[in-house]
Design a protein around this ligand. Structure first.
Ligand SMILES: [Zn+2]
Length: 89
């Protein structure tokens, strides 16, 4: 989708310039955070109602984005569990 592609391209260009500290893309969202900026840029297409929106907010980690129309979760950071790995090392 062009609307998404443009956003991802912009994120990629900023990334090449070393201006980005976080990038996340998925089937329903695309997000990035510039260095020295507390806010993150997010574009999403709600998988529940199809609503499209753009955010520029200070979300804080772990990131969680809700659809502004139906209030359902569009994107949530998956926190990796590190349990069980220590024993092997
Ligand atoms: Zn929705």
């Amino acid at each position: 989708m062009e609307w998404f592609d443009k956003f991802r391209k912009k994120a990629y260009e900023l990334h090449k310039k070393g201006k980005i500290s976080m990038v996340s893309t998925g089937p329903n969202h695309s997000a990035y955070k510039e260095k020295e900026d507390a806010k993150i840029h997010v574009r999403y297409i709600c998988p529940h109602c199809g609503h499209k929106d753009e955010l520029y907010e200070d979300l804080g980690f772990p990131y969680k984005v809700k659809c502004s129309q139906c209030r359902k979760i569009v994107w949530k950071t998956k926190i990796q569990k590190k349990r069980g790995r220590k024993k092997k090392e």
